[in-house]
Design a protein around this ligand. Structure first.
Ligand SMILES: Nc1ncnc2c1ncn2[C@@H]1O[C@H](COP(=O)(O)OP(=O)(O)OP(=O)(O)O)[C@@H](O)[C@H]1O
Ligand SMILES: [Mg+2]
Length: 236
């Protein structure tokens, strides 16, 4: 059974269909990328997975459960964490407080401290700035906080929406390096990215979304080599 199984998912905003019946699945341990143009419905799809947006049709099965039976405040406890577009960090809290928010459903204090150190190992910049208010961090640093916080919730599935958006190339490289490392530790991920090339390079599989529909799917290597993908998303 797949960790995530989405069937014929439909989402409408006031009569306008943003997602028009998509099917996809993610197996435990996979890193899967969803690419597509602006407005294709990628963020909407992710939001629907964690109950932030209500679907109008279809089904989402996560870890053997019908996801629509999970209350929206309970997704983290069920193992679904999302790093949203725009990051959703708490600007008035410190770096350390933001990271600890990720572990709020956990009671294993000693282990949380061990993992905090591991997150600081991934992002040494955050360690240097652990008392700084997150709202005063640079964009790249805020992205690191958002990812660190999600990692601390120990997700079964981590949803990343445009982690490289608005960041300088060197920071983008760093973020993708972290994605690779987190994946290597066995965390299953669904990555939504405008930077299709980097995203496909770290992924095993990918889906292409156009105007609310999945129009292509395959191994990341095959998608990278596909002429239509190259023309539309890789700028070749
Ligand atoms: N809250 C909303 N109310 C009405 N329409 C919305 C809402 N959120 C998104 N939409 C519309 O749904 C469509 C899909 O938007 P979505 O944010 O899912 O796209 P996306 O693929 O994530 O795009 P981008 O790459 O620009 O982030 C767009 O046409 C958008 O305008
Ligand atoms: Mg989006």
């Amino acid at each position: 059974m797949s960790l995530l199984d989405v069937k014929d998912l439909k989402v409408a905003y006031g009569g306008i269909q943003a997602v028009k019946g998509v099917d996809f699945h993610i197996e435990a341990g996979e890193l899967v990328t969803l690419i597509g143009a602006n407005g294709a419905g990628k963020t909407t799809t992710l939001k629907t997975l964690i109950g932030m947006v209500k679907k109008s049709g279809g089904s989402v099965t996560f870890d053997g459960k019908d996801a629509s039976t999970i209350p929206s405040h309970d997704f983290v406890r069920h193992g679904l964490a999302m790093v949203p577009e725009g990051r959703g960090i708490f600007g008035k809290l410190t770096v350390e407080e933001n990271l600890l928010m990720g572990a709020y459903t956990r009671s294993d204090k000693a282990q949380i401290l061990v993992e905090m150190e591991r997150v600081y190992g991934l992002f040494p910049r955050l360690k240097e700035r652990y008392k700084q208010l997150a709202g005063t961090l640079s964009g790249g640093e805020q992205q690191m906080v958002a990812m660190g916080r999600a990692i601390l919730s120990r997700p079964k599935l981590l949803l990343l929406d445009e982690p490289s958006m608005g960041l300088a190339p060197i920071i983008v490289q760093k973020i993708f390096e972290i994605v690779r490392m987190v994946a290597a530790e066995g965390v299953t991920m669904l990555l939504v990215e405008q930077n299709a090339k980097l995203a496909l390079e770290v992924s095993q599989r990918g889906y292409v979304m156009e105007s609310g529909k999945i129009t292509m799917t395959g191994n990341a290597q095959d998608l990278l080599a596909d002429e239509r993908v190259r023309n539309a998303y890789l700028g070749d």
